[in-house]
Design a protein around this ligand. Sequence first.
Ligand code: KG4
Ligand code: ZN
Length: 357
Amino acid sequence: MGLILSIESSCDETAAAIVDSGSQVLASVVASQIAKHAVHGGVVPELAAREHLKAVIPVTESALSAANVTLQDISAVAVTRGPGLIPALLVGMNFAKGIAQANHLPLIGVNHFLAHIYGAFLDGGLEVLQQKESYPMLALVVSGGHTSLLLIREDGSAEQLGCTIDDAAGEALDKGAKLLGLGYPGGPIMQKTAENGDPLRFDFPRPLTGGAGRALAPENLYNFSFSGIKTALLYHVRKAEESNSINEQWLHDTAASFQMAVVDVLVRKTLTVLKHHPVKTVVVAGGVACNAELRRMMAEKLPKNVSLRIAPPKYCTDNAAMVGGIAWHAFRKKEFSPLNIDAFARLPQIVKVPFID
Ligand code: KG4
Ligand code: ZN
């Protein structure tokens, strides 16, 4: 038995889950603070911390009751340590430490970035992680904070091949949506607005893909840049304002063309890695992996001998099930965290993943 209670509070979602043996999710409860932050046009860290403080106990109680278990049935407490907003992380961490201490349970600190990758293997995907044939594996992690390509080998060693040199993909969609007056968070609204639009009407740049006649510096082969797309959108809006050409259809076509530019870059970079590495499995993880166009394009463009894994949307955006799932691997090896572990804001260099033995 390995029932893990997990807590997630790295950004604007307070979440708790009960996961059995690294795979079966018995309960996953997420309380979103989106409405609180929407009025500010983005996440305010102190506000997030205060909201986590209010939500963390009820969310944990609902997870326990939805799984029909009590704290007596739990084997360990897992919690996100980072990367994330420090004030937000500290709420979940202190709460998890308190539960672990009071119930004499081991504590397991989890890396949120790696947990996102694990999200694609919950509810029955554990065998895929354990099969040699699944490797090398390439994980594209795309969220509000990350855009990164991680190569994972059969022995569990890992190498970050590239990442964004400015904005993350989700951040570009969020900022783009704000510029278009669509609201927050931008990704889902951009997708909705793009549904009735023509993605080929406007030509937004595809930075660092070697287009526009510019040679790509070798160090940027697998890197991303999204700030240029955002600036192009700003000029596009200004031009339309000046020529008085903003209308419903313009908005739909702009959203569709902008979304297509972001998705196109993500797919092209993934394909570039495949040219140079014998990848067997591509995992797409993080909030942006919810995007229907990205899911469709990845499935369409990946070679047929590469298997594609994308989590269902509920495990793409922030949740605690992915935290409890990945923590089970540390639990099995008795790799527990001391009660004085600290939170961290930035992604440390990843050289190993914890879910391959
Ligand atoms: O993983 P996540 O919940 O939080 C972070 O760790 O950042 O990702 C949030 C990001 C936001 O930028 C949001 O706009 C984006 O994921 N997102 C989407 C969609 N749903 C969420 N982006 C594109 N299409 C979506 N359907
Ligand atoms: Zn996240």
